[in-house]
Structures are given as C-alpha cells and as structure tokens.
Ligand binder design. Sequence first.
Ligand code: SF4
Ligand code: SF4
Ligand code: FES
Length: 228
Amino acid sequence: MVTLTVDGLEISVPRGTKLLKACLDNGIYIPSLCYLDGMDHPPASCRLCLVEIEGRPGPLPSCSQTVEDGMVVHTETDEVRLLQKTAFRLLVSTNDGKCRLCMANKHCEMQKIAKFLHMPLRTKKLRHIPKDMPEVIEEHPCIVYEPNKCVLCGRCVYICSQQNYDFALDFAKRGFNTTISFFGSREEGVGDYCRNCRACVDICPVGALNLKDERDAFLQNLQAKISA
Ligand code: SF4
Ligand code: SF4
Ligand code: FES
C-alpha cells in the first residue's frame, strides 16, 4: 500500500493506483471525463482532473499521475479551479444547453461538474459555437450521435476497443470539427463492424450517443408531455 495526503486527509491505496482513482475511491471528488478505471495510458485530454502536487511544477492531470508514498496533493487551489473552469467553458461551447430535451438530463456528467464548479451550462457570457455538422447524425443503423453534445472524451472509443478488441468507432476529422464516427465495410456500410453491445451508449457521460429506438420513444414521450 501507498500512503499519501490529499487536501489534508491521509489515504492509503494499492501501489500503482492512479491518483484520480485514489481520490475518487476515498470520497474526494475531482471532475473528470476522459478517464476510465483500468486505463493504462489515460488520454488526459479533458484537462478537468487537475491537481497540484507539492514539489512538482504546475497543476497536473491526476488521471495520469501514479500515487507515491508521502505525496502531498491539493485539489482545491485557486489555480486548479481557474484552469478547470476554463476547460469546462470550452467543453460546453458547442452545447445549446437544452438539458430538458436531452436523454441524459439529471444524470449527465457535465451537469454534475457544472454544479461542482458553480458554473452555468449556458449563459449569455458563454458563446454558443455549434460544430459545422448536423445536430443529429443517424448513419449507424441503431445508434444516433449528437456531435454538439459530445465532449470528445473518447470513452466510447476506448470501451469499444476493450470489449470488442476492434474499433467499430473512432475519432474523425480534425480541430474544432473533430467528431466520433462509426466504421463499416464497403459491402455492408456504416455500422457493420458494430456488435450492437451498446457499451458506447452506456459509457457516454453526456448522452451524445443513444439507441435510435430509445431516443425516438423519449422524444415521443416528451412531445406528449408538452402537448398535454
Ligand atoms: S455498440 Fe458496442 S460494438 Fe458497436 S460501436 Fe458501440 S461499443 Fe462498439
Ligand atoms: S460520444 Fe460520448 S463517450 Fe464518445 S467521445 Fe463523445 S462524449 Fe465521449
Ligand atoms: S480525466 Fe484527467 S484529463 Fe480528463
């Protein structure tokens, strides 16, 4: 076991544990999107899980740090919060903030992080910059993808590769218009590498991937409530 101090609290975790997991397992919440338990090489791309570690320069992503004996960690410094809020603003810039119309409403990770950081999901101060692509992409026979909700955390890509030892979906395009795309063979078309295990749908933290049937039922139900 390794013993370290986080925000003044002494915790002990198995050697080799990622710092983010050590904190979460001990009830110390740190916002995160791109890390999943078991990742050997986390992408550290969302930049939300930053912490300060005494003796090391600048805030560092806790998902890519391995715990060490005697480590002293601070998760609540002004610099950490400032950088987390900046990362959060960028992540919500493509989102229209219509949570009420979203299947992930009330269990969306971005809502949880917004509450934690005391940040709104949408205000006039935050520019809404939708991606240059359709609101809803329905190329896959069973799965619907909403690029403006997607925070590009890569969880879906990771879980698909882990469960299926193959990539039925991956990142596509570049820069601001980076997106998730399903692959398929020339013969069968998009989605025929997919085993319809729905792991990507279940792991998405923001409801950007949904099964078509479930989304249709949700929208019908919503419409019925609005017209009632
Ligand atoms: S449903 Fe399963 S196999 Fe298909 S893309 Fe998602 S994770 Fe991969
Ligand atoms: S679709 Fe969901 S899980 Fe996949 S990258 Fe976007 S936000 Fe992450
Ligand atoms: S969870 Fe660490 S950078 Fe995303």
